[in-house]
Write a protein that binds this ligand. Structure first.
Ligand SMILES: *Cc1c(COP(=O)(O)O)cnc(C)c1O
Ligand SMILES: [Zn+2]
Length: 435
């Protein structure tokens, strides 16, 4: 039996050929997911094989996504794959951040080490492979930034035309610069993310463009490998918690699916709990989690946060993400702009650094340990989703005390480290250095 697309809705579960170009279930409108027959073999053998592949010089084996291809088996021909050696991201200890977060220790899984600087690369190598397989010449996405940077790179590397739609004035300069440099046709539209998405769906059908938005089930498959690689790097010791920021909730969906599938295959013995952190001005999933009726998500019409990667009012993957959070015994938390800004500076001081959305993790952990939800002794992996250089403007403003929240209030620069203007005089500089 080959891989198939399946409707995620419990009442429907309709199945479709893996090569059908659909983004939602044609019967009920539900989300789609890739499903597979169980791979053959023993967990111990797979673990050894994946470890051996790290020594290989084959591009497919060098990729931190395709190394685990047995768990994302939607292709039947791997010659279609374009890899930029995505994944392979480190687990980093950060004692200072642990202390700030109320933990004995913390491990960051830093997805900012990816080729275009965010976890979107893990998914995009799969989405683009599927586009090539389907014979698409053009691909498109609507993006707050990192998706467009990643899609532009992978599509261009594969010889496809990338087309990008971004909300006007809502994107960090680093991300836009990447999209331009990687050769994407880029349209800035005077509308918010959710409005543009509706527009692009129309255009895709009319012009035969393959869509690589966060709803794309093949991107979700690639993002699963973030959890697989993390477990491999930990010699398959399951953490107590995995903490990540939530925007469109594709990553939450991918992590939950990966962990459930690894458990079903006997690769791990239990599930870690997922903690999803949202920004206060853009927290519809937090509201849903707290609601008594969880059958419908109420969109936030004007989402606001400086963490643009999670500035999403109507997260498309919420049904999957809710399922994963509840199945894992997880939680959803929200944090303020101030909390994000300070947590980000602390991660920077560890010599690690990340973009604003990523720092929501440490801010959320601090809140969840204070509330007693996460124990101080817990084994916690926090996923840093994007690279520190994605948003240098934010950093400069924070450290010079000029960072304003979206509502105009000036944020406190608790850990400010501004540059100091000095005359070219050795004595004066020595005095400033405390001599
Ligand atoms: C896309 C993105 C997110 C949000 O991920 P979702 O899957 O949309 O929830 C968070 N941080 C960064 C850096 C991102 O690029
Ligand atoms: Zn359906």
């Amino acid at each position: 039996m080959p891989a198939e697309l399946a409707c995620f809705e419990e009442r429907c579960r309709a199945r479709f050929p893996i090569t059908e170009i659909i983004y939602n279930c044609p019967r009920c409108g539900g989300l789609l997911e890739a499903v597979y027959p169980a791979p053959e073999g023993h967990p111990a053998d797979w673990k050894r094989m994946w470890r051996d592949r790290r020594m290989s010089n084959t591009p497919l084996d060098q990729s931190g996504v395709w190394r685990y291809r047995e768990l994302i088996g939607f292709l039947d021909d791997y010659r279609q794959v374009v890899t930029l050696r995505e994944g392979n991201t480190p687990l980093l200890d950060a004692p200072r951040a642990a202390q700030y977060g109320g933990l004995d220790r913390i491990t960051f899984k830093h997805q900012g080490f990816n080729p275009t600087g965010s976890f979107k690369d893990n998914g995009m190598t799969c989405g683009v492979a599927q586009a090539v397989r389907l014979g698409a010449r053009r691909v498109a996405c609507v993006s707050t930034g990192n998706t467009s940077a990643s899609m532009a790179a992978y599509a261009s590397a594969a010889g496809l035309d990338p087309i990008i739609f971004i909300p006007h004035g809502n994107i960090s300069f680093g991300k836009l610069a990447q999209a331009l440099e990687y050769g994407a046709r880029t349209f800035q539209v005077e509308a918010n993310f959710d409005q543009i998405l509706a527009l692009v769906r129309q255009l895709a059908e009319r012009l035969g463009i393959y869509l690589l938005n966060s709803i794309n089930p093949f991107r979700i498959e690639g993002q699963k490998t973030i959890m697989v690689e993390m477990m491999d790097q930990r010699d398959w010791r399951v953490p107590d918690w995995v903490v990540l920021p939530g925007g469109n909730l594709g990553n939450t969906s991918a992590f939950g699916k990966a962990l459930r599938e690894m458990k079903a295959l006997g690769l791990i013995g239990r599930l870690p709990r997922l903690a999803v952190i949202q920004a206060e001005g853009s927290a519809p999933f937090f509201d849903l989690y707290r609601a008594t009726d969880r059958s419908r998500l109420n969109a936030v019409t004007h989402p606001e946060t400086l963490a643009t990667a999670i500035k999403i009012g109507d997260p498309i993957s919420w049904p999957k993400a809710l399922h994963e959070v509840l199945t894992s015994g997880g939680v959803v938390e929200k944090v303020t702009e101030q909390e994000i800004a300070d947590a980000k500076a602390v991660i920077g001081r560890c010599g690690i650094g990340c973009e604003p959305a990523s720092a929501a993790t440490l801010a959320g952990i601090r809140k969840l340990t204070a509330a007693g939800t996460i124990a101080g002794s817990a084994d916690v992996v926090a996923v840093l989703t994007g690279n520190v250089l994605k948003d240098p403007d934010y950093i400069h403003r924070y450290h010079t005390g000029t960072l304003n929240a979206p509502d105009g209030t000036l944020l406190r620069s608790t850990f400010a480290n501004p540059p100091v203007l000095v005359p070219a005089e050795a004595n004066r500089i020595a005095a400033l250095l405390g001599e």
